[in-house]
Design a protein around this ligand. Structure first.
Ligand code: ADP
Length: 659
């Protein structure tokens, strides 16, 4: 079909409808999209307001808490020396394991809880023991190379009551024994030195020196199992921080011990780094204190980890809180939980370069509100984000679902509408085609009798027909043809009235067998020449029906006419009148071409002509059966058809018997 055909009536309706529907759909989709965008922006704004509010609350709470800690540090710093340890320990007890409270004085740093620093910024001043007691032993050891003699001297001095002298003597004894390759005696001397506990040798704790030296002997002896076990134990003690070591001393011993015990794999690397970061924090503050004596709060990166340092000066003391990243999470963020929980948000800290000090609040595409250090005067930037971003937008997703559902419903409605319009237009086109077929058929029906009437009339008028007998035959033909024309015109007029619902029936009580008998006789008379034969049988006396005998006769005539028309080979028709179940049954049977099953309902519609009429030259207008249906239904009856292609058809009229 050419495209232009779609723009001509009635198809243009389809195009119009489709165009309008499409525009409507696009407009609705666009509007829906805009609405959704706006809704989303509003929702985002609402979430932002909530986060701003939560950020303000959290910042205020953090500032208050930091202020409280600074006050507490200042208070403890100003206490008397005797009261200080208890108060400092109490203060330290408020924080997690990743924090330490420090007291910095002119020459030392004291951590609370003690042992939390793996190394100290300053060394403990070493007490120089009187070494004259070892002079004799050293002469024997170094000048005379009399190792047993020297060992005897050192062993004697090691009996001294002064623990510093004993420690020095035991160290020398162990050395001499090692030189003499008496390793077990050397190890025993180191054990004795270890047992001295808090004594120092050469500024280092005697215990550490002894255990370290023991390890080197074990290495020398190749006792790897004992070496690794003792080295592991020493490393754990180093981390527990019982000794006051400098950074260099700690790193020297830790490096050696690690070499012997493979500590990196054995211990938790992150927690070691955290402990070292606290010590680095103490060192950082010590260095700073040398140049400035102000109070302060800061987060600084030490050993690749963030360290919070808050400090307060009082007289000659500085009190400080040093905490690592776990402290920031556990004591600051989780400490704020009750405050932020009702806001349903999460918090995180970052430094001025936006490095995360704690776990970030969420993925970058989520909305994050930041309160900067400049805004809050806190030592970090505060990030606040929703704890459940999906829940924030759950309602929005619900609204979007409803909108999509609406659009889908609309699309379905438009599709149904389009289908209905297409069907309507299809029907309209079909009726238009049938109507034009009808006009052609009617003209054809008229032309045949009119032509023969005209010819006969001219013949008679010319006076050339002299025989009375021939003239009489012509008159009979003329009468029959004009009768046919009359019936045709009457039929069309009646059909028009029936269609308009204006047909007036003349109801009377009639015997259906009489009506059928008259029609058959009349039909036989008219068609006798064509060789057609109608066989009528009536089963007994038929009860009367309420009918318009002329209309009923027309219905039977139409059926007879069709039966003959569509039986080209055998012009034999059987008409039967009977009664059954309170109904009068009139059947018209032929042995004609039959009707395909698909057309058995359609042929009762106006203008519809079946395929049986195609190509066989059967004349007709397609209104015969429509009229039969009209008439029978007006009589409260029913018309049925049974047919087999090639075998014939049987039309049955059922009429209710009049009571
Ligand atoms: P028409 O003027 O075409 O006969 P009708 O309404 O009387 O119109 O019949 C409709 C169609 O039904 C016919 O075109 C024909 O195809 C089919 N038809 C009607 N009666 C018969 C019959 N007895 N045998 C075969 N086909 C029939």
């Amino acid at each position: 079909m050419p495209l232009s055909a779609w723009f001509r009536p009635p198809r243009h309706l389809v195009v119009l409808f489709f165009g309008i529907a499409l525009i409507l759909m696009v407009a609705l989709a666009w509007l829906g999209w805009r609405l959704f965008q706006q809704d989303r922006a509003l929702e985002q704004q609402r979430v932002q307001v909530r986060l701003e509010h939560a950020a303000d609350i959290a910042a205020a709470a953090l500032t208050r808490r930091l202020g409280d800690i600074e006050d507490a540090l200042a208070r403890v710093a100003s206490l008397r020396a005797s009261e200080l340890p208890d108060s400092a320990a109490r203060l330290a007890g408020r924080f997690s394991h990743d924090a330490v409270v420090l007291v910095l004085t002119g020459d030392k740093v004291t951590p609370y809880p003690s042992g939390r620093l793996v190394y100290h910024p300053v060394a403990t001043p070493a007490v120089k023991p009187d070494v004259s007691a070892f002079a004799q032993g050293e002469v024997l050891e170094f000048r005379r190379r009399d190792l047993p003699g020297a060992a005897g001297v050192y062993r004697r001095v090691a009996q001294s009551g002064d623990s510093a002298i004993r420690a020095e003597a035991l160290l020398r004894l162990a050395r001499t024994e090692r030189k003499a390759a008496r390793f077990d005696a050397a190890l025993a001397a180191y054990d004795d030195l270890t047992a001295l506990g808090s004594a120092t040798v050469g500024g280092l704790p005697a215990e550490l020196v002894a255990r370290h030296a023991r390890l080197s002997v074990l290495e020398q002896l190749g006792r790897t199992d004992a070496l690794s076990e003792e080295a592991g134990a020493l490393y754990e003690d180093l981390l527990r921080g019982p000794w006051c070591l400098t950074r260099a001393q700690y790193e020297f011993h830790a490096a050696d011990v690690c070499r012997w015990s493979d500590c990196e794999r054995g211990a938790d690397a992150a927690s070691i780094a955290a402990r070292e970061a606290l010590a680095a924090g103490a060192e950082w503050l010590w260095d700073r204190r040398r140049t400035a004596r102000d109070d302060g709060r800061d987060v600084t990166w030490l050993n690749g980890r963030p360290v919070l340092v808050v400090w307060q000066h009082a007289a000659d003391r500085t009190m400080a809180l040093v905490g690592g990243s776990t402290h920031l999470t556990e004591d600051w963020i989780e400490g704020l939980e009750p405050t932020v929980q009702q806001q349903n948000v999460r918090l995180a800290f970052s430094d001025m370069n936006v490095n995360h000090l704690t776990a970030p609040v969420g993925s970058p595409q989520n909305l994050v509100i930041t309160r900067t250090m400049a805004d809050t005067r806190l030592p970090w930037n505060l990030d606040v984000a929703s704890a459940d971003p999906l829940a924030d937008f759950a309602q929005l997703a619900e609204r979007r679902r409803i909108m999509l559902l609406g659009l889908a419903t609309l699309a379905v409605l438009v599709a149904v509408g389009l289908y209905a319009v297409l069907r309507g237009v299809g029907r309209e086109l079909e009726v238009a085609r049938l109507q034009s077929d009808f006009v052609a058929a009617v003209s054809h029906e008229f032309r045949t009798p009119l032509t023969s009437l005209k010819q006969l009339a001219e013949l008679l008028a010319s006076g050339r027909v002299t025989s009375d007998e021939r003239r009489g035959r012509y008159y009979t033909v003329m009468e029959r043809e004009s009768g046919r024309l009359h019936r045709l015109v009457e039929g069309l007029l009646d059909f028009g009235r029936m269609e308009a619902g204006a047909m007036e029936f003349k109801w009377e009580r009639v015997a259906p067998s009489d009506v059928v008998r008259d029609v058959v006789a009349e039909f036989q008379a008219e068609r006798a020449e064509g060789g057609c034969h109608v066989e009528l049988t009536v089963d007994g006396p038929t009860p009367p029906v309420r009918a318009d005998s002329e209309a009923l006769g027309r219905a039977v005539w139409n059926l007879l006419d069709n039966a003959v028309k569509y039986s080209p080979d055998r012009q034999r028709v059987w008409v039967h009148v009977s009664q059954a179940d309170g109904l009068v049954v009139i059947t018209v049977r032929d042995q004609g071409i039959g009707i395909p099953p698909a057309q058995r309902d359609a042929i009762f519609r106006k203008f519809v002509r079946g395929t049986s009429s195609d190509g066989r030259g059967a004349k007709g207008t397609g209104i015969g059966l429509a009229m039969v249906k009209h008439i029978v239904e007006a009589h409260s009856g029913e018309v049925r058809v049974e047919s087999e292609v090639g075998q014939g058809s049987t039309f049955t009229i059922l009429l209710p018997v009049e009571e």
